[in-house]
Design a protein around this ligand. Structure first.
Ligand SMILES: *[C@@H]1O[C@H](CO)[C@@H](O)[C@H](O)[C@H]1NC(C)=O
Ligand SMILES: *[C@@H]1O[C@H](CO)[C@@H](O)[C@H](O)[C@H]1NC(C)=O
Length: 344
């Protein structure tokens, strides 16, 4: 911190000068250059199914190796999370994986736990294969990171697998103390406004609204203003890429209306596909498979960014999303820095 102290300046004024200067030189998400950029004009390292790390080790629904706390400490700034009611299979399912999982179901199905905190877990499709515990507990970890890192902005992209209402999810955010950091937009995005005029990172940091929460299925901002409808703000490019992937695509996949939004999710991961008759079972690649395929390398990511230029021009690719982000010697962070035009 550079503070200019002068005997000629009254103490109060000196304190103000000092504060103004320290704001200018402090970084936002690690870089001073990002402070003046709109949230929507910044790229963030993102983990696909951030909660789906061992244990257990031997299941085919694991996407990461490191826990959420370490992901955040490593520099991941956006986390994809699936919220599921334990004891109930996916309402979105309908795929063979879910059917097979329910065959092996160890728990009786029912309405799940009644307690609003107990009933929202982080699971992959069903809680019978991997159950990483309550959403509230993960939100405590995220809130503690925000407490300890007051100049960092973090995003959650939640998949509402069990069809929770916004009111079902609110208690987890409140009990974790995470809602106090949640970003609340002042109005809904609209074509007239050209989307939503996102604040800069430093404005979000000054307001201490440093947690942006999107959910993929009909959010209800009139009930819970900080759980934002993903498709009001975000587009995703295809995620169901089947290995081997020669070139990752970058066309708008969701929403299907082809209308651009403020933010772009650049999914850069692949699945193993096993077909049984007409049914397909898609499971994440292992860390070893990703490494040997080179998907998480700088070259593979840079080639994808290049493909994206054809669709998105100069627009920033906001959420660079990987499985096993720790494979690839930090390439995800190099690419994000490159997109942001900052030094690594
Ligand atoms: C995004 O940030 C870059 C770098 O500061 C700037 O040149 C560009 O105009 C910004 N784009 C938008 C849409 O604000
Ligand atoms: C979750 O999905 C269900 C089913 O589509 C929907 O009724 C509910 O409003 C969604 N909740 C949130 C918070 O988006």
């Amino acid at each position: 911190m550079r503070c200019l102290h002068s005997v000629a300046v009254p103490l109060l004024l000196a304190a103000r000068i000092c504060l103004a200067q320290s704001q200018d030189v402090q970084p936002c998400n690690g870089h001073v250059e990002l402070c003046s950029r709109a949230y929507s004009n910044v790229s963030y390292a993102c983990t696909h199914n951030a909660y789906s790390y061992p244990p257990p080790n031997d299941v085919f629904v694991v996407n990461q190796r490191r826990p959420i706390k370490q992901q955040l400490e490593d520099g991941v700034r956006a986390l994809m999370l699936d919220v599921v009611r334990p004891g109930v299979s996916s309402t979105k399912g309908g795929n063979l994986l879910d059917t097979i999982i329910s065959w092996f179901s160890k728990k009786p199905s029912g309405d799940g736990a009644a307690d609003p905190l107990d009933s929202v877990h982080l699971c992959h499709g069903s809680c019978d294969y991997i159950d990483k515990g309550k959403l509230v507990d993960a939100l405590v970890v995220i809130r503690e990171f925000l407490d300890a890192n007051p100049r960092e902005v973090v995003t959650l992209i939640v998949e509402n697998v069990s069809g929770f209402s916004a009111q079902d999810l609110r208690p987890s955010f409140e009990a974790a103390g995470a809602s106090k950091y949640a970003f609340v937009p002042e109005f809904s995005p609209s074509p007239a406004q050209n989307g939503y005029p996102w604040p800069t990172l430093s404005q979000m940091i000054d307001k201490n609204q440093r947690l942006v929460v999107f959910i993929d299925d009909k959010a209800d901002p009139s009930q819970v203003p900080y759980i934002l409808p993903e498709w009001g703000y975000v587009v995703e490019i295809p995620y169901a890429n089947i290995a081997p992937v020669a070139a990752f695509p970058c066309n708008q996949d969701r929403p299907k209306d082809g209308i651009p939004r403020d933010l772009i999710v650049m999914n850069h991961f692949a699945y193993n596909r096993v077909s049984i008759g007409k049914e397909n079972i898609d499971t994440p690649l292992s860390a070893g498979q990703i490494k040997s395929a080179g998907y998480n390398s700088v070259d593979s990511l840079a080639a994808h960014v290049n493909t994206c230029r054809a669709t998105w021009g100069d627009r920033v690719l906001n959420f660079v999303t990987l499985d096993y982000y720790d494979v690839g010697d930090g390439a995800i962070f190099k690419i994000v820095d490159q997109i942001n035009g900052v030094a690594t």
